[in-house]
Design a protein around this ligand. Structure first.
Ligand SMILES: [Cu+2]
Length: 72
């Protein structure tokens, strides 16, 4: 799967969601800012607002979920 670029806009620890401003995704989603769930809850503590990330996201149980994250 192809990686996409994004910038972390908000980390919401209580809900376990990360808001990311992302470029176009391989699945056809256009650039936008949206909230993702995370595959690994520990990522919530490792990311902060302003981080540039490369990521892969998948639809899991109806919610777009970050399944892989790298910091370039
Ligand atoms: Cu999106």
């Amino acid at each position: 799967m192809q990686m996409a670029d994004g910038i972390v806009k908000k980390v919401d620890k209580p809900t376990g969601r990360i808001t990311v401003s992302h470029g176009p995704l391989p699945n056809g989603m256009p650039a936008m800012t949206m909230a993702f769930r995370v595959k690994d809850a520990a990522w919530i503590d490792k990311l902060k607002e302003g981080d540039k990330i490369r990521f892969m996201a998948e639809q899991i149980n109806g919610a777009m979920t970050l399944v892989h994250i790298e910091r370039p």
